[in-house]
Design a protein around this ligand. Sequence first.
Ligand code: NAI
Length: 306
Amino acid sequence: MKITVVGAGAVGATCADNIMRRELAEEVVLLDIKEGLAEGKALDMFQTATLCGFDTKITGSTNDYTKTAGSGVVVITSGIPRKPGMTREELIGTNANIVKGVTESILQHSPDAIIIIVSNPMDTMTQLTLQTSGLPKNRIIGMGGILDSARFKTYLSMALDCPPNDIHATVIGGHGDTTMIPLTRLATRNGVPVSQFLDEATLQKVAADTMVGGATLTKLIGTSAWYAPGAAVAELVESIVRDQKHIFPCCVALNGEYGQSDICLGVPVVIGKDGWEQIIDYKLTDDEQATFNKSAEAVRSMNSVL
Ligand code: NAI
């Protein structure tokens, strides 16, 4: 399979690197509008093949979409990232134009691709792609919840002083500082609810830290993060190309599920070769459902500026 990553910036390049190291494709195409950037990063990455032991070919392209023809999966990371103090929502105007244009160009050459949206504000960019691309809804997946869940698991493991991989936990809802919902009730340490180890105040702090997890990194680094975002995209791509049927929280079009319609929002879905294949019902409590509805309202109001 050929996989295209649009945007060779911090997130796009890291994402391509992870996809190559996992050998998820025969060929990866990295595309950017900035002259030479994608070619340079692709060549640098290809030169790690003999060092890291993979055979995936990677090529770069400056805005030449013919090179992306026949891609099975396309990851869109093009757009501006936030700076310290900015919210993801402030990126909407610039990134909407970029994401719309990129999607049109991609589909001219890869009409059967599954599209993964990473550019922020991701929920709104996913909605935009659904509205403007004409693609079946199962082939449009917004990536944010996998990253937010990874951050949630990391903070939980730090609070519990246990290995991160002992933790199972999920973040649903929007991919925004105030719209994401870390589901503390369902978080477990090797099958045991984390509430058996942590008091309510600690659990609430972990949830709050998770929600501003991206902003914390942006403040420290000066721009948004890329290692975990790139790895999170690769995790999603792997479940598609290997048809693994993992359940991941992803931003998808809701049609009555979780009490919402006509909106793309983060819910647990089965991911396989056809994109997202099924929405899993976590059977939220009334309080969780009310929070989910609030998250949907906030995302809906953001979508209204499209
Ligand atoms: P970056 O600035 O390092 O890279 C963005 C790249 O997009 C640049 O190289 C730029 O030249 C390119 N670009 C701009 N317009 C383009 C166009 N029309 N066609 C092709 N390429 C174009 O930014 P970074 O850090 O890689 O972030 C990318 C996006 O991902 C941002 O919107 C950021 O907020 C978002 N993000 C989303 C996450 C998520 O979980 N969904 C996590 C982290 C970042």
